[in-house]
Design a protein around this ligand. Structure first.
Ligand SMILES: [Zn+2]
Length: 111
């Protein structure tokens, strides 16, 4: 359907772990999510060094370390209820088509 968006399974402030790549095994909080690109920035994960041009704040320029976005497919949620690495499932609550996120392992609501 045009205009319909796939609900992102991961949200800002979720704690996730990286399941592949150089940062595999690291975990952190999602700082920002790009649903359309399917990417997220995770706190203290996937740091890249960037040379910055001189700015008013840093007249000499310098090297900035910054988190780069990671594909959502590389991230798995750590449940804030049971602490397990888990999958997110959606559960419909009542007839008002309200979906909530539920932990696949402990079946607790995540939000
Ligand atoms: Zn759980």
């Amino acid at each position: 359907m045009v205009g319909m968006q796939v609900k992102p399974k991961l949200h800002k402030n979720d704690v996730v772990t990286v399941i592949s790549g150089k940062d595999r095994g690291k975990s952190g909080k999602i700082l920002k999510i790009y649903p359309k690109k399917g990417k997220a920035i995770v706190e203290k994960v996937n740091f890249v060094k960037r040379h910055s041009r001189p700015t008013q704040k840093m007249p000499k320029g310098g090297i900035l370390e910054k988190e780069a976005p990671l594909p959502l497919a590389k991230l798995k949620l750590i449940c804030n209820k049971c602490n397990a690495v888990t999958r997110v499932i959606f559960k419909q609550m009542g007839d008002d088509e309200q979906f909530v996120r539920v932990c696949h392992k402990c079946k607790e609501m995540l939000d």
